[in-house]
Design a protein around this ligand. Structure first.
Ligand code: NOJ
Length: 760
């Protein structure tokens, strides 16, 4: 039975909308019931062409403010534009949509605001190394406020593809290898972009991308096919998306990739069964750039028309930057192959976002209502984020921190010491390099009055093979008390379509390290990069190593503070660092196998018994030339303080299904400086309906401890937190034995155990 009252309201709304009058009260834009009525009213008035228009997103970058775009908007043939960041131009496009199109529906204005707008935060993988949802949320908030000044109301972030292959260029844009860490930080980013109320000035809609499995591209080649068994998909790749949906993310972007033979943009199982039916997603799905048309290139469909059919029936509500929906969809509906009711539901998803954003009430951007770009607070957030994202990987003999009082001179050498653009990393369309504080400048201004700071770039760029300046570098090192070597990757070496097969330091950098080493002075490498690198060939030639990712606008200031002990490093790796590329994929939460390796079973290639080679190895799961451990494990990161964990305990030996157990340990700062530490909780379910990983992250806390201070770190674990997808793809928690560890990395051996028993 139709609801009489609702349909009367719908008619009223429709009448008001046709005259371009606002029907809202101040808070009606956030009232879900009212929004549904307004959608219904609007849909009732829309022609089929106007509906399809809402499903069409058009590239409107600066040089594309063409008459045809204006005409298309006026005709109601455009639902969203992307890549226009001139606020006057966006306001003008909104004016055409709101005042000159028949129904006055405002536009979504999208942009890749990935890790900042003008003020750039560390790359997302760097932010993940902070293990700090608060700083990640603040960073997204700064980005939203700055992007809003350009008229942007929708970003294509966070990217939450589980990424376990450092060859993949887009690992830079991810939050790392772990579903739990990624989920927590994904929610923080969504909250930062979207705020408490999307209709407020300065909030923008977020996008969870790329749904799903894109991070598992074969051999880390971008856009390559992905094969993930359903159980792994559900247990590893989907949880961050579920968390983002539960946090109210406005949109989800379908991936470019072919998932198990069905490209994600035509994948009904992903987009309808999981996203809509199982999770009840109320937002809208946008394709990736031109990925609807690419369904034919994949070989899923014969032509663009069939691609549209597949994408629409799969559940892609809006096509990004293609022409297929606008050109082919109407005839598919007229022929009866696609039901108009399906289109109505899809358009409703898009309109819902526009209502939630308050665009019908406030379509225009008034920059005076927004804070200034790169204001003090924005820069301070960028500095804090960089500070917490840098990971100290090596510190032999406590070479760090340096003491400005004890040094008379320091050599700053390397292609990334003073490279304002490169430190910003990938995806910085709008990032302002003029704002960058480079390490060289920050060191100079921090200690330049006490210490003679010498600088030599030594290499033109990170890929350079030219070694002419290396003698000079070695000489400068010889004449200085310590060497700071700024190495890594330029920003162009990571990001979309920038995968690498060799992930050593590029160019002749390893040779530069060796040459500088000959000077016999303490050598500290500071690496800025978009991915984990294989550092085996340099690690023994440096005394200290700070891994800074691409740290963003304030990266230099943060690095200088860390080098000279103003702050202690506190970042922890969000992704495993392999010893060599052949170990990939290597991640901490692996399955045990039937023949797990241990130190006793590993015989390396050089240790094979020449007289009985066939008897040499321990017949377990490892590589003869690499063993089975990474160079640096997930969760690893040193500090200038010394943190010790002891006395782990479970609050109960046994709990029933539905109950909670608290796992706790004592954490002490036995060092002599105050510092942050990220305490981590790992769990193993010993026996499962499907085998479970050897360790899974289930909690983490960033804590600050004074020298000598001890605290109890505790983590509550509900039995639901231990649920996983079993053989029949249902979420289950099974009674049985569990191990739990607390510590400062995934390699912690401080363990307790508990048992779950049936509730009856
Ligand atoms: C393609 C990328 O895969 C996606 O992440 C991005 O948001 C779109 N291009 C828009 O630039």
């Amino acid at each position: 039975m139709p609801n009489r009252h609702a349909s009367l309201t719908a008619i009223l709304c429709a009448l008001l909308l046709t005259t371009n009058m606002s029907v809202s009260t101040a808070n009606s834009s956030t009232d879900p019931a009212m929004i549904e009525q307004r959608i219904e009213a609007l849909l009732a008035q829309m022609t089929l062409a106007e509906k399809i228009g809402q499903m069409n997103q058009v590239n409107a970058s600066d040089d594309d403010m063409s008459d045809s775009l204006r005409e298309a908007i006026e005709a109601g043939r455009v639902g969203s534009v992307l890549n226009q960041v001139d606020v006057d131009a966006v306001n003008e496009l909104q004016r055409i949509a709101v005042q000159e199109s028949r129904l006055g529906i405002p536009l979504l204005a999208g942009r890749d605001v990935i890790h900042g707008f003008k003020t750039v935060m560390p790359i997302p993988l760097g932010q993940a190394a902070s293990w700090n949802p608060n700083i990640v949320r603040e960073g997204a908030r700064v980005a939203a406020l700055e992007a809003a000044t350009a008229g942007i109301n929708w970003t294509f972030a966070p990217m939450i593809d589980i990424s376990r292959d450092p060859r993949w260029g887009r690992i830079a844009e991810s939050l790392g290898e772990d579903p739990f860490l990624t989920s927590k930080l994904a929610v923080a980013m969504v909250e930062g972009f979207q705020g408490d109320d999307l209709a407020e000035t300065g909030t923008i809609a977020a996008t969870a991308k790329h749904f799903a499995g894109y991070g598992a591209s074969e051999s880390g080649r971008d856009y390559a096919a992905v094969n993930i068994p359903e159980n792994e998909l559900r247990n590893v790749h989907l949880p961050p998306f579920k968390a983002a949906v539960d946090a109210g993310v406005v949109s989800v972007m379908s991936a470019f990739s072919d998932l198990d033979g069905v490209p994600a943009t035509g994948n009904e199982f992903l987009l309808r069964k999981i996203l809509r039916e199982e999770w009840g997603f109320q937002g809208f799905v946008v394709s990736d750039w031109d990925s609807v048309r690419q369904l034919a290139i994949h070989g899923l469909t014969e032509n663009d028309r069939e691609s549209v059919y597949q994408a629409v029936t799969a559940g892609v509500d809006m096509e990004m930057a293609g022409q297929s929906y606008i050109n082919k969809l109407e005839s598919l509906i007229e022929e009866g192959r696609i039901d108009v009711a399906m289109i109505d539901a899809m358009v409703a998803n898009i309109l819902r976002a526009k209502f939630r954003l308050g665009l019908f009430e406030n379509p225009y951007t008034d920059t005076s209502a927004l804070p200034a770009i790169a204001n003090k607070q924005a820069l301070e957030t960028a500095r804090k984020a960089a500070l917490q994202s840098v990971v100290l990987l090596k510190n032999d003999q406590g070479v760090l921190p340096l003491s400005a009082e004890k040094l008379t001179s320091v050599a700053v050498i390397g292609p990334l010491a003073d490279a304002p653009y490169e430190q910003l990393g990938t995806w910085i369309f709008d990032g302002d390099r003029e704002l960058s504080v480079t390490p060289m400048h920050a060191i100079q201004s921090l200690v330049g009055h006490d210490v003679d700071v010498r600088y030599l770039r030594a290499m033109d760029n990170s890929r350079s093979q030219a070694s002419e300046a290396f003698d000079e570098a070695a000489e400068m090192a010889r004449d200085s008390d310590a060497v700071l070597l700024f190495l890594g990757e330029e920003s162009i070496l990571s990001g979309e379509a920038h995968s690498r097969a060799d992930i050593n330091l590029p160019g002749d950098q390893a040779e530069l390290v060796r040459r500088v080493r000959t000077a016999g002075k303490p050598v500290i490498a500071i690496i800025q990069a978009g991915r984990p690198l294989t550092l085996t060939n340099i690690i023994d030639h440096v005394d200290g190593l700070l891994f800074a990712w691409h740290p963003g606008t304030m990266g230099g200031a943060a690095i200088a503070d860390l080098l000279f002990g103003i702050e202690s490093p506190s970042g922890k790796l969000p992704v495993t660092f392999p010893r060599m590329v052949g170990q990939i994929p290597i991640y901490y939460s692996r399955k045990n196998t039937g023949k797990p390796p241990s130190p006793d079973t590993v015989v390396l290639i050089d240790e094979i018994d020449a007289h009985a080679p066939q008897l040499s190895t321990g017949m377990t799961a490892y590589h003869l030339d690499a063993g089975y451990t990474p160079l640096f494990a997930f969760g690893y990161g040193l500090s200038y303080a010394e943190f010790d964990y002891e006395h782990i305990r479970a609050s109960a030996r046994e709990i029933r299904l539905g109950e909670t157990v608290t796992i706790s340990a004592e954490l002490t700062n036995n060092g002599d400086v105050a510092a942050d530490e990220v305490a981590q909780l790992y769990v193993r379910d010993l026996v499962g309906n499907v085998t479970r990983p050897v360790k899974e992250l289930k909690g983490f806390k960033r804590l600050r401890l004074e020298p000598g201070q001890s605290v109890t770190v505790d983590f509550e674990l509900h039995t639901d937190d231990l649920a996983f997808f079993g053989r029949n793809m249902q979420l289950i928690t099974e009674p049985g034995d569990f191990h739990a560890w607390i510590g400062g990395s995934s390699e912690t051996e401080l363990r307790t155990q508990f048992r779950i028993i049936d509730s009856d």
